[in-house]
Design a protein around this ligand. Structure first.
Ligand SMILES: NC(=O)c1ccc[n+]([C@@H]2O[C@H](COP(=O)([O-])OP(=O)(O)OC[C@H]3O[C@@H](n4cnc5c(N)ncnc54)[C@H](OP(=O)(O)O)[C@@H]3O)[C@@H](O)[C@H]2O)c1
Length: 146
């Protein structure tokens, strides 16, 4: 009896996982951030948006109609990736604007350092801020300086 119960629980668990997998990959609609956060000409600002996870954020959000601003270190790479992102969005019927801010987040330790980035974003409506790249100090809190 106990092994029958355990077997049923196991089979039910597998069935639920299968249904969940099929739902996620077929029926579930991707989240459209634009419906919630784009007021028509809004921007998504993505730190580390020129590679990896951040780049995919940029591509998905551009395809949803967001203007895209990347914050990273390598200016040429940002220019190339933004051109590609803009081209892909255009093929999907979205005419977006792009910009970038050159910054090494590992060098920013003071509020005034971040203010220099904020100053370059002052005139745009930021609908989404994706903090994908960042830097932090590790170790006991008592050993950190302000
Ligand atoms: N990939 C994973 O499996 C994984 C898993 C867990 C967490 N994460 C985290 O997710 C984030 C993105 O990972 P990823 O794999 O997509 O990284 P990635 O492909 O290496 O891309 C990193 C991005 O961040 C920028 N970047 C790196 N250092 C920077 C700095 N000091 N200042 C400003 N920008 C900087 C890079 O551009 P530049 O080089 O031009 O600056 C690039 O655009 C990271 O925080 C990572 O720790 C990743």
């Amino acid at each position: 009896m106990t092994s029958l119960t355990l077997g049923l629980v196991q089979v039910t668990s597998w069935a639920l996982r299968l249904v969940s997998f099929v739902y996620r990959h077929t029926l579930k609609r991707p989240i459209n951030f634009s419906e919630a956060y784009n007021e028509g000409n809004s921007w998504a600002v993505v730190t580390g948006g020129s590679d990896g996870i951040g780049e995919q954020f940029c591509r998905d959000l551009a395809n949803q109609g967001f203007n895209i601003c990347i914050v990273a270190r390598n200016e040429v790479k940002m220019q190339e990736k933004l051109a590609s992102i803009k081209g892909e969005a255009s093929k999907n019927g979205k005419n977006i604007q792009t910009k970038y801010v050159v910054a090494d987040l590992a060098d920013l330790t003071r509020y005034s350092d971040y203010q220099a980035i904020a100053d370059q974003l002052r005139d745009i409506d930021i609908g989404l801020l994706i903090l994908n790249a960042g830097w932090t100090l590790m170790g006991p809190f008592k050993d950190l300086t302000p």
